[in-house]
Design a protein around this ligand. Structure first.
Ligand code: 2RA
Length: 329
């Protein structure tokens, strides 16, 4: 497979390259792609040197697959150009996610919807991926009616500038700000910009994308997304109301048998998910599973995942693996 990685020098792009190698994806030719300012940079992949190229050069090479993580405008401008030469694009930006003609895919949930005709495939938002990995199997069993989710999001979701801001603040250095406020010793109740309804784009992604991935517009989601000074992954407190009665041991059993989900749930041994331990892993970790004593058919749980891995790069490459396995590329 001739594979282009668009945004190869960014945080997600670098994890994409790592995962292509770690998962032994059948790459016959790698094409690292970045913006003009990074063209000519040398990168090493699987012990071999590669020179970063520009977008048009990459299109002209007619890759089989292009993994994008280069921002929404680049995806809007260039994904169609790759598709026109026969490339299948898997895009990690929000550009195509809610386009009714494009598939929004978490392989464990809805990869079966993919066909050869899908030339631009959207990778969901990181905080959505980890939530639907848990919601989807429970929705099948009990019918999800409403989700109240609070997220505690890693600064790596913002990118290198945010990591640098935290490091500067640790060192007492005043540097470039990724956020409006100090993030060290703080929690900022804003991820992305505000919409007219008072929610942020990040919060509305959890609402909108969940319905599309699970394929049920009746699922209600209300979210509050918070940025915290953590690097290992995103954490989420879920309050899930079902249409039907549920029981905790059955829920644990269902999640235990869900591919890509690991249950870490034992208060006697202080066993529960944390970003410190999810960092660098591909699974979605769930714990603190307990009945909501304030209302029937409702449970609380805590979900943690590495937002750069399953939340972005790994999910995108799992989509590519599915396409190859089903000979859709
Ligand atoms: C964030 N999910 O965490 C968004 C984009 N990666 O900022």
């Amino acid at each position: 497979m001739k594979v282009a990685v668009v945004g190869a020098t960014g945080m997600v792009g670098e994890v994409m390259l790592q995962m292509l190698a770690d998962r032994n994806f059948p790459v016959t030719e790698l094409i690292p792609v970045a913006s003009e300012k990074s063209v000519g940079k040398e990168i090493t992949w699987k012990g071999k040197g590669y020179t970063v190229v520009g977008l048009q050069t990459a299109v002209d090479k007619h890759p089989d697959i292009a993994l994008f993580s280069a921002g929404g405008q680049t995806s809007l401008d260039w994904a169609p150009k790759f598709a026109e030469v026969g490339t299948t694009v898997i895009d990690n930006s929000s550009a195509w996610r809610m386009d009714p003609t494009k598939k929004l895919v978490v392989p464990e949930i809805n990869a079966h919807e993919l066909t050869k005709a899908d030339k631009i495939i959207a990778n969901p938002n990181c905080s959505t991926i980890q939530m639907v990995m848990v919601l989807a199997p429970l929705h099948k069993k009990y019918g999800v009616k409403r989700v109240v989710v609070s997220t505690y999001q890693s600064i790596t979701g913002t990118g290198v500038k945010a990591v640098q801001q935290l490091e500067n603040e640790y060192a007492g250095i005043q540097g470039e700000m990724a956020y409006k406020y100090q993030i060290h010793r703080n929690a900022i109740p804003q991820c992305d910009v505000f919409e007219d309804n008072g929610y942020t784009k990040e919060e509305m992604k959890l609402t909108r994308e969940t319905k599309k991935i699970i394929g049920d517009d009746s699922i209600h989601v209300t979210a509050t997304a918070i940025r915290i000074p953590v690097v290992g992954g995103h954490s989420e407190a879920l309050n899930i109301e079902f249409h039907n009665p549920c029981n905790l041991s059955e829920i644990r059993e269902i999640l235990h048998h869900t591919p890509g989900v690991v249950v870490q749930d034992n208060t006697d041994t202080y066993t529960y998910p944390m970003p410190l331990y999810a960092h660098g892993k591909d699974e979605v970790f769930v714990g603190r599973i307990r009945q909501d004593e304030s209302q029937p058919n409702t449970v609380n749980m805590w979900v943690v995942a590495d937002n750069l891995r399953k939340g972005a790069a790994t999910n995108a490459i799992q989509i590519a693996e599915y396409l190859v396995a089903k000979e859709l590329v």
